[in-house]
Design a protein around this ligand. Structure first.
Ligand code: MG
Ligand code: MG
Length: 275
């Protein structure tokens, strides 16, 4: 018997879904992604520790970049389609993709989301957190908690042989649960969402943060997906600023963003960017 090695390994490494290729990682490759994920976790931990009134988002960016480079990794955001920094720092009504700046100085009561990515040995990690500067207002705290809960619900929905939009549905369902318990409405950003990740940061498939379950590609062991809900205290309409990056809410309401890179394993989800 001869084994058709190249064909087998091709079948092992990608799954085709409607002509789109979804990368499947071998166990050793997921271990490598975990190492990249830990670098991102360390960078975000350093940034969160430094968040306080009087600190600029450019200073936070320096901390993240230094942590990533000290670990022998490369900041994946820097130079990505020309993005000039190692983190996205999105303050208050900024939803995502805020550019760090020495003139953006944090003040008590601000709500900042920090998104960070790193490449280690060719593998990507991508994660985001939202933190308040000083004591959070009750609504900011609720917004951030609702967003984080939605992310965690999405992670819990990751199951081999499940379907992609099982995650989307779990995210949306969790948002509605938070709306009931918090007695308020949250806007779910629809123009942005999660994504496959591995040898590149943004890969197939796109993952909406809302919708019916049981659709999209089947989740298979070895897939890795960035799950990243973005919620607002108001509407869902977004606007990109003239800087070509910063995405804000049209109604000026505050936004939160949480993200983890998650692998599909036989034993369930493996959160690769968890500390
Ligand atoms: Mg991200
Ligand atoms: Mg992402």
């Amino acid at each position: 018997m001869t084994r058709s090695g190249p064909v087998d390994s091709l079948r092992l490494s990608i799954q085709s879904w409607r002509g789109r290729m979804i990368e499947l990682k071998a166990p050793a490759e997921l271990e490598a992604m975990r190492a990249a994920g830990l670098v991102v976790a360390a960078a975000l931990a350093g940034v969160v520790e430094a968040v306080r009134a009087g600190v600029s988002t450019a200073e936070l960016d320096e901390i993240a970049e230094q942590t990533i480079r000290d670990a022998g990794a490369v900041p994946s955001f820097k130079g990505y389609h020309g993005f000039p920094a190692s983190i996205c720092a999105s303050v208050n009504q900024q939803i995502v993709h805020g550019i760090p700046s020495p003139t953006q100085v944090l003040a008590d009561g601000d709500l900042i989301s920090v998104d960070c990515g790193a490449i280690l040995d060719g593998w990507h990690g991508d994660s985001a957190v939202t933190v308040s500067v000083g004591e959070p207002s009750p609504t900011d705290k609720a917004l951030s908690e609702a967003t984080r809960s939605a992310m965690l619900a999405g992670i819990e929905a990751v199951r081999a042989d499940g379907r992609l939009t099982d995650i989307s549905h779990a995210v949306e369902t969790a948002v509605h649960e938070s709306e009931r318990s918090d007695q308020r409405r949250y806007g779910i950003i629809r123009e942005y969402g999660g994504h496959g990740i591995g040898r590149a940061m943004h890969m197939e498939p796109f993952l909406p943060n809302y919708g019916k379950p049981g659709k999209g590609p089947r989740l298979r062991v070895g897939m890795a997906i960035a799950i990243e809900p973005m919620l607002t205290l108001g509407g869902e309409k977004t606007l990109e600023l003239d800087d070509g990056w910063t995405v804000i809410t049209v109604d000026g309401s505050r936004a939160a963003h949480w993200e983890h890179t998650v692998a599909v394993t036989e034993d369930g989800p493996w959160v690769l960017t968890a500390p």
